[in-house]
Design a protein. Structure first.
Ligand code: SF4
Ligand code: SF4
Ligand code: FES
Length: 533
């Protein structure tokens, strides 16, 4: 691979790469606002300026400048190297670049930083970006001086509602155009643009439109300052109190890699944001996925119940075992779920097929929904492929087939995992069952029809493996502690097995995963965890 020198260090690069791209890949940060690895180059913030050293024997490209002489009070003619934006400068073999090691670059970055803050309001204490704002970080790293301007700053619109999810503060905006480029290039909806020039310019929404495409929250995510804020997250939490888990979005079969930010002090999830994975979601997530973290706390089944009456989990486990004990295996069915992890489905299938002798295997999940060519998949379940793999070589039938089997009396008892079903209109058939045991996370037609309900932890409360539509095995990490009386579904399935006098083949997640990989060779494929952004 060809190399160039950055501050004396040899850096490998690929043909066509810019200085900032090659440095980024080598783990070297060149300060930047407008550059984003997933967007086109705008080169408008000038924070990434670098000094390109001339080839031996060639003069450097210089600029004539006027310098102020403090001693005489006169302006004097001077020259300085013409600095280049690292986000636009393409690398070539043997090029020598100075970034941290150049006095000119140091001065230029401080000047750019001071310039960007000239009209910036001092509202960090009430700004949602505080703690993760580049203006704050780079002030500390590259400026370190107080404000010299004594004039009234330029005032612009504040708290302007751009659409159902985003609020804009033009005074905080540095007009880097990341949000404009994201909407046009990734969301494929050029709904934002820049109005005016100089220090009165601002971002505007196209006339007659709102910022309402399916990826609006990504504009807030790419905004390097606090100009775009999400209505969902505004004023809810200070980021320095939040901790982060590497999760997988559960809202569709794409399986976007995500970070879940949560506050361990109140055991609450506060947001989902994308985790870079070039093979799955690159740097992005859709709005539905970013807001899906709310399901962790919404409409949850947090208690066990028998016939609708709340009971202790132990009591419900006893009743679940009684309900299933001695049932004719030919009349008993298991219902798996594309909303649950490989581990949960595997444990349920082990219980049903090995310990209860079940041969009728069904699988369900949430109904199909909207898809697009960007990320969104029409399958609104995170693990449909995982269920098929766990069940192989059996081919699970769908929920419609289960209702037909119930109608015809072929199935009289069901042990089920999950909450969503393909079609809620089919749910009344479940009432015909003589016994329905449900291990579920959310209140649903399944739990409402169940004789015994056991509360399962959501994906945010336990580690789990999921297979996305591309067949990639991905791990989602636990963020918060299990809510209410809930427990991981695989533990509840194993506990029913114990009560039925069946030996439990796995006592820990590791043992369960070993058993799982033994039965399903593809799950040995490396986990796709995605690098941190
Ligand atoms: S709103 Fe944010 S992302 Fe958009 S131009 Fe302003 S600073 Fe950049
Ligand atoms: S595309 Fe699917 S997996 Fe990705 S964020 Fe949206 S809902 Fe989640
Ligand atoms: S990052 Fe803005 S000019 Fe290069």
């Amino acid at each position: 691979m060809p190399t160039f020198k950055l501050d004396g260090r040899e850096i490998a690069f690929e043909k066509g790469e810019t200085v900032i791209q090659a440095a980024h890949r080598a783990g070297i940060d060149i300060p930047h606002y407008c550059w984003h690895p997933g967007l086109s180059v705008a080169a408008n913030c000038r924070m990434c300026l670098i000094e390109v050293m001339p080839p031996p024997g060639r003069p450097a490209m210089m600029l004539n400048v006027l310098a102020y002489d403090q001693r005489t009070g006169e302006y004097i003619d001077q020259q300085k190297p013409k600095l280049q934006p690292a986000c636009q400068q393409v690398v070539s073999e043997g090029l020598e670049i100075k970034s941290e090691s150049s006095k000119h670059v140091e001065k230029a970055r401080a000047a750019v930083q001071e310039f960007l803050l000239l009209n910036h309001p001092v509202d960090c204490p009430i700004c949602d970006q505080a703690g993760e704002c580049r203006l704050q970080d780079y002030w500390l790293e590259h400026q370190h001086t107080g404000k010299r301007m004594r004039d009234e700053p330029v005032h612009k619109p504040k708290a302007e509602v751009f659409g159902p999810t985003i609020v804009y503060d033009a005074e905080r905006c540095i007009v880097c155009t990341r949000c404009v480029r994201f909407s046009e290039e990734i969301a494929l909806d050029p709904v934002l643009s820049v109005r005016e020039r100089g220090n009165v310019n601002e971002i505007v929404v196209a006339p007659g439109r709102e910022l309402d495409h399916d990826y609006t929250l990504m504009t807030e995510h790419v905004c390097p300052v606090g100009a775009l804020t999400s209505k969902d997250f505004r004023f809810k939490a200070r980021v320095w109190f939040l901790r982060t888990a590497r999760t997988v979005c559960q809202n569709c079969a794409t399986g976007c890699n995500a970070y879940m930010d949560y506050d361990p002090r109140n055991n609450t999830a506060y947001r989902h944001r994308p985790r870079e994975n070039p093979e799955v979601n690159k740097y992005w997530m859709c709005d539905q996925g970013m807001l899906d973290y709310r399901r962790v706390h919404e409409d949850r089944l947090l208690d066990a119940s028998i016939g609708g009456e709340t009971v202790k989990v132990g009591t419900a486990l006893d009743r679940a075992a009684e309900t299933l004990r001695g049932v004719d295996p030919s009349k008993l069915a298991v219902l798996l779920s594309g909303q649950h992890s490989m581990e949960d489905n595997f444990a349920m299938l082990e219980l049903a097929t090995k310990h209860l002798g079940v041969t009728q295997v069904f699988a369900t999940g949430r109904p199909a929904g909207k898809s697009d060519t960007i990320l969104k998949h029409s399958d609104k379940n995170s693990n449909t492929a995982g269920v098929l793999q766990v069940a192989a070589p059996r081919k699970p039938l769908n929920f419609t087939a289960l209702t037909s089997a119930i109608q015809s009396g072929t199935v009289t008892h069901v042990v089920a995992i999950g909450s969503g079903i393909e079609d809620d209109a089919l749910a009344p058939t479940l009432r015909k069952l003589k016994g329905l045991v449900v291990i579920g996370t959310w209140n649903s037609p399944l739990s409402q029809a169940a004789h015994v309900v056991l509360p399962a932890s959501s994906w945010a409360e336990t580690d789990g493996l999921f297979i996305n539509a591309k067949g990639m095995v991905q791990e989602s990490e636990q963020a918060i502690e299990p809510l209410g009386q809930s427990r991981p579904a695989w533990k509840l399935a194993a506990a029913i097995g114990v009560r039925l006098g069946a030996p439990v083949p796995f006592k820990s997640l590791d043992e369960l995963r070993s058993a799982l990989s033994g039965t399903s060779p593809k799950s040995k494929r490396p986990l796709q965890s995605g690098a941190a952004q």
